[in-house]
Design a protein around this ligand. Structure first.
Ligand code: PMP
Length: 364
């Protein structure tokens, strides 16, 4: 018999992979499509990597700390927890995956706001878990009661929301934590650019986890480091199901150093939020409809001169920007985002180039 393509498990055969943002090849692109930080990371992170390599990289011979002790200790110090409450991940995507692996599966669904992060359904599908979507309301809040009653074993609350950019008030998250019967995960990937955080909730609620990434605020997307701040019971469960060495040596120490460099973070976030303001004002000046943003991106509906926001206008503006080598992102699958472009806040120069091209498109 001739060997043939092996069949994967039926639920894996049926699923689709996550679609990451485009990574353009060749130079000259202004890349504003995956919410990367435009500035180099803390020099303390880079120095930590140099030290961790050892002479000629000799320390790479050795396995890293299995539970990422350097990163967990730093995160514990920064947030006022014990290291036992912190679980490190190879990016916060790793943490999201672990949460679903441990708390969802056949007969135990995950829940999420719609729209929010499109990776959650992919991770759920890989574990054979169904997905319940609770709509974000037209006023950009969510219905606490609807989430509480959605039946999911684990609910992902992206806060600030992506791709909308809005932040939900901590008060509202607390109201939800009090009534949600499963595990509530507050995904704070973009919190560095927002006003408030739910970071203290895992101290008060045995059913709340907060996830963080070093990819956005700390400019370390290429490193892959994130972590969860957990009630002790949840932390123990996640340690049970994670890979034995899920972060490499370099990521552990660089993330630890970056987390503790407050001066760098404040300066960088200050620059990005100032550019965000300038970008939003300029796009509004062109007549585009722009959401308020608590993240390092803005969601903006292009409006051509004499026209209205529409799916066609968004497609047209996207293609025009692309022809000028400016890459942004479209989310055509939801009525709250289909007329919009999601634009990462880059440097002032990148924002100016975007606005100049947007101006040319707008005037036709
Ligand atoms: N959560 C949200 C809402 C995100 O947008 C992202 C980045 N795409 C992540 C988590 C994951 O970030 P990372 O894996 O780079 O830590």
């Amino acid at each position: 018999m001739k060997p043939s393509d092996p069949k994967a498990n039926p639920h894996i055969e049926a699923m689709q992979a996550y679609t990451p943002g485009e990574q353009p090849q060749g130079g000259g692109w202004i890349k504003l499509n995956t919410n990367e930080n435009p500035y180099p990371p803390s020099s303390k992170a880079v120095e930590a990597i140099r030290v961790a390599l050892g002479d000629n990289g000799t320390l790479l011979r050795l396995y890293p700390s299995p539970d990422s002790t350097p990163l967990r200790e730093a995160a514990a110090r920064v947030h006022g927890y014990s290291p036992e409450s912190i679980v490190a991940g190879n990016g916060s995507d790793d943490i999201l995956n672990l949460l679903i692996r441990a708390y969802a599966g056949p007969g135990r669904s995950i829940g999420m706001l719609d729209p929010s992060y499109s990776l959650y359904p992919v991770l759920a599908a890989a574990q054979g878990a169904a997905v319940v979507k609770v709509p974000v309301k037209a006023d950009y809040t969510f219905d606490v009661d609807a989430v509480a009653k959605c039946g999911a074993s684990v609910f992902f609350l992206t806060n600030p929301n992506a791709p909308l950019g809005v932040a939900f008030a901590v008060e509202r998250v607390i109201a939800l934590a009090k009534v949600f019967p499963g595990l509530l995960v507050v995904d704070e990937a973009y919190v560095a650019f927002a006003g408030e955080s739910c970071v203290d909730l895992p101290k008060q609620f045995p059913n709340v986890v907060v996830t963080r990434t070093l990819s956005k605020g700390h400019a370390l997307a290429g490193l892959r480091a994130g972590y969860a701040i957990c009630p002790l019971g949840v932390a123990a469960v996640l340690h049970r199901v994670r890979d034995s060495y899920n972060l490499d040596r370099l990521a552990q120490v660089a993330a630890a150093a970056a987390l503790q460099d407050d001066a760098w973070l404040n300066e960088t976030v200050g620059k990005i939020t100032a550019t965000r303001r300038r970008l939003m004002d300029a796009l509004r000046g062109l007549g585009w409809k722009v959401n308020e943003s608590s993240a390092n991106f803005v969601l903006a509906e292009p409006v051509a001169k004499g026209g209205v926001a529409s799916v066609q206008a968004a497609e047209s503006a996207f293609e025009f920007l692309r022809s000028k080598k400016i890459l942004v992102r479209r989310f055509p699958n939801h009525f709250l985002t289909e007329k919009a472009l999601r634009i990462t806040v880059g440097t002032d120069a990148e924002a100016d180039a975007l606005v100049a091209a947007a101006g040319v498109w707008t005037k036709g």
